[in-house]
Design a protein around this ligand. Sequence first.
Ligand SMILES: [Zn+2]
Length: 195
Amino acid sequence: MPFVGGHPVLDFVNTVAWRLDPARTADRVQGPQEWVHWAAATGMLTADRAEALLRAETADSTTEAATEALVGLRATLSSVLDALVDDEKPPAGAWEALRQALVLARADATLPPGFPLQWQPGTDRLDDLRHALALRTEDLLSDDRLSRIRRCAGPGCGWFFLDRSRSGTRRWCSSTDCGNRDRAKRHYTRTRQHG
Ligand SMILES: [Zn+2]
């Protein structure tokens, strides 16, 4: 899976592909084991910790609940980010859910002090991954990165990314992906018109 978000929270939301095209929407990460692999791939979990977590996490109800909560946070973030990039007020329900996720994350004693600024990758439970993402959201939305959050202009894509271009005019999640499709489409239209 490509990481085009440029921020772990955006890559987290981007685990749903073709988010805005119901006919193609695909959840790329399913179940606790895949989430652990995903977290390791993003660098949020070290390989050692991921292995420990994979050994420890069994298909019990706790893990199921943690996975459900993680997916719930992802849905909350999608709707908050959609509103923010559209310059709209996030839906009250989603905003409240995000606030609660933050309160829970801060109250979790297993997180190292100084979080999020001195946060070091390394979580021990699937719940910790969710808490870490909630705290990273706070840091994403509370500094100048907020104005750099974009949603890909590709029809149906819906992926978010941080625009680090100097001009601040990046439009595509990836120039080789949605950007290419757009160029091909425009080329096709042009040649159809003039050909
Ligand atoms: Zn895209």
